[in-house]
Design a protein around this ligand. Structure first.
Ligand code: C5P
Length: 398
């Protein structure tokens, strides 16, 4: 969840500041871009050099660096951040944030920021318990800030009690879970099909198609980024799925059908992107078919239409999205599928559009909703197309 996120880590004057080095390390390892702001007292506990080296960014300590003449723009920093974590936050900085005092760079950045702000307090037990501190904490929560509660244990004073800053690993886990919960598809189970299916003729040959699986894999990735728990049912493809996805590999239409049916009842949103074979050989030869002088006749039978079967089984809380790859009379065929297969959305791509459809890294789509309202999109990368489809799904998510 922290990958590519812009994180400002504020560090205040507390002995727990020594743990900030570990926290920076973990945030960077999780893929975040980290900028550290030290309060003047924080800089007594840990050096800017340590934090700059670990974060791979300059550390900010004041508005204006006298030696270099560099002025740090608190508004820019506040707007740069996707999240701010102040760990440790001292009783002093807590009080400043609760009352709007901004007498240093960190407190000014806090007031300028629009992103979520997390604070992990660290102080002696009596300071933590004090009514003033507790009422400041309540005020901060009231403003929408998120407190990562201190733990019980030995304190720097030698006393035992509540006040130890949460461990860096716990803080990173907390941030990760918190971001997940704020995502629009958190708690939703999503199924995506992708790639072609192969229908065996004999042990070495099959009927297949040119689908690369790129569109379906891009969709699965985007849906997972929106917080969904994604099951990706993939036909034979060279695409690599992110480890956060549950990937089920299948070969034939029947295998894809079985996997879809097994998962469907639990699924909130289903996107059927696979280019499923419509016909398969009626008999699969058990031995390789030998070449003869005459031609070869294969008798084909229809495969099960997975999407139509799911459309029949669909409950009112479920969303079903189908694809239509057409070569002629595209819009009418797409609308026909929407109705016949009981879909909520149909994504049309036409093979007449250059750069759309199989194998390419781009696609050009038109989306129809149940009311037959049409949204036409420009030619885009399949990742950007996946984002557009997700936006359409979010609009109708129940
Ligand atoms: O009817 P047509 O095959 O053109 O519909 C395409 C849509 O139906 C796609 O979403 C595809 O994944 C799905 N489909 C399916 N099972 C089939 C054939 C197509 O789920 N046997």
């Amino acid at each position: 969840m922290l990958k590519n996120k812009n994180v400002i880590l504020g560090v205040c004057g507390s002995i727990a500041a020594y743990k900030s080095a570990f926290l920076v390390r973990l945030l960077v390892k999780a893929g975040a871009n980290v900028k550290v702001i030290l309060t003047p007292d924080g800089a007594h506990f840990i050096t800017p050099l340590t934090l700059a080296t670990l974060s791979k960014n300059p550390v900010y300590t004041q508005y204006f660096e006298e030696e270099t003449g560099v002025w740090s723009n608190h508004v820019e920093l506040g707007l740069w951040a996707d999240l701010i974590i102040i760990a440790p936050i001292s009783a002093n900085t807590l009080a400043k944030l609760a009352t709007g005092i901004c007498d240093n760079l960190l407190t000014a950045v806090y007031l300028s920021a629009k992103c979520p702000v997390y604070v992990a307090p660290a102080m002696d037990l009596d300071m933590w318990k004090h009514e003033t501190t507790q009422s400041n904490i309540d005020r901060l929560i009231g403003f929408g800030n998120i407190v990562i509660a201190p733990a019980n244990g030995e304190l720097a004073s030698g006393l035992w009690g509540e006040g130890r800053m949460a461990e860096p690993e716990e803080i990173v886990l907390f941030l990760d879970n918190s971001i997940k919960k704020s995502l629009p598809l958190f708690g939703k189970k999503v199924m995506v099909t992708a790639g072609p299916t192969y229908e065996a003729i004999d042990p070495v040959r099959f009927i297949g198609n040119h689908s690369s699986g790129k569109m379906g894999f891009a969709l699965a990735d985007e849906l997972a980024k929106l917080g969904a728990e994604v099951t990706l049912i993939a036909g034979p493809t060279a695409q690599k799925a992110d480890q956060s996805l549950k990937r089920i590999d299948v070969v034939s239409t029947q295998e894809m059908f079985d996997a879809c049916i097994a998962a469907f009842a639990e699924t909130d949103i289903t996107v059927m992107c696979a280019a499923v074979a419509d016909y398969r050989p009626k008999q699969i030869a058990t031995q390789k078919i030998k070449k003869e002088d005459s031609g070869l006749f294969l008798e084909l039978e229809k495969t099960t239409d997975i999407l139509a079967s799911l459309g029949k089984a669909k409950k009112s809380h479920q969303i079903l999205v189908g694809f239509a790859l057409e070569t002629n009379d595209e819009e009418n065929y797409a609308k026909g599928k929407l109705e016949k297969k009981n879909l909520d959305l149909v994504v049309l791509n036409s093979l007449n559009d250059k750069g759309a459809g199989f194998k390419s890294d781009t696609n050009k789509i038109t989306i129809f909703n149940k009311a037959f309202e049409r949204t036409v999109f420009e030619m885009k990368s399949k990742t950007a197309v996946a984002k557009d489809i997700c936006t359409a799904i979010l609009k109708i998510t129940k």
